[in-house]
Design a binder for this molecule. Sequence first.
Ligand code: F6P
Length: 323
Amino acid sequence: MISRIGLLTSGGDAPGMNPCIRAVVRNAVNRGCKILGIESGYAGLLEQQMVELTLRSVSNIIQRGGTILKTSRCKEMFEREGRAKAGRILRGNEIDGLIVIGGDGSFHAAHLLYKEEGIKVIGLPGTIDNDLYGTDYTIGYDTAVNTALESIDKIRDTAASHDRLFLVEVMGRYAGFIAVEVGIAGGAEEILIPETPTSLPELCDRILAGIKKGKTSSIIVVAEGEETGNALTIADKIKERTGLDSRVCILGHIQRGGSPSANDRVLATKLGFHAVDALVGGKTDVMVGEVNSKIVLTPLQDTWTKRKEIDSQLLEIAKVMAL
Ligand code: F6P
C-alpha cells in the first residue's frame, strides 16, 4: 500500500524536470497519496530536506527550466553507508516509495536502495544526453537539441560571412545523440561522436576536398565525449595537418537551461503520470519510458547496462547531405 511518496531530481538538470514534478504531484494527489518533495537530490535526502508538495505548489512551473526541487550529484550514495542512511531516513519519514528523476548515476543509486534497503523505487529519465536504454527520448533532450541548434544557426551566419571553418562542441560525455541530431538539423559537414571511430587524417582530407568543391565555410559538430579529443584539440590537429585556421565554440551548460519545448513538456507529463500509477500498482526498480509511442517499464539496471544505439542510417544520411 503506497500512501506517502518521496520525489527527487538528481544529476544534471534537464528542461522538462518541472513539468515532470508537476505531473507526479498531481497524479499522486489524484491517487490519494501524500507527496514529499526532497530538495537537492540525494544530498538533500541525506540531510532530510523535505517539504510536502500540494496541487498548488506545482502551479505555474510547467514552462520553467531547471528543477524547483534543485539537484545535485551525491557521492555518498555510491557508498553502502550513504544508502543505509538514506534507507533509515526514508523509513523514518514513512515514505513507501521514491520517484527519482535523473540519469544513469541516479538510477544506479535508486536500484541499490531497492536491493539493499528494500525501498520501492521508480526512475524517470531526466537527462539532456538521451543516453538511457528503455526510452526513445529522455526528458530534456528535445529542448537541448533546439537550444544548440539555435546557436549553430547563428554560428553559420558568421561562418559564411568570414568563409570560416567552425568546430562546435555540444554536450554528451558518453553519447553522441545531441551531436547527431543538431548536426543533421544544422546542416553540419561533419559530426564527431564517441560511438564511432574518427580518423583525423581522413577528416582533414574531406575538409580539403570540400574546399576544392567550392565550400567556403564548414561546421563540424563535436560531441563532448569524442574519443580523438575535444573541439579545441581537434582544431589544433586540423591546423597542424592542413594549415587551416578555425574557430571553436563550446556551447556548454547553455544547453541545459531554458523553457522546456512542447515535446519535452508532453513527454514529462506522460511519464510523470505513469510513474505514480506504476508505484501505486506495486511496481518497483523500473524506469518509466516511452518506446514507439507506448509507455514501457524497463528494469533500472537495463537502462545503463544495455546500450541505446545511435541510428547508423542517420550518420549515412548526414554524409550525403554534406557533399
Ligand atoms: O547531464 C548530463 C550532462 O549535461 C552531460 O552532457 C555533461 O557532460 C555533464 O552533464 C556536465 O555535468 P556538470 O553539470 O557536472 O558540469
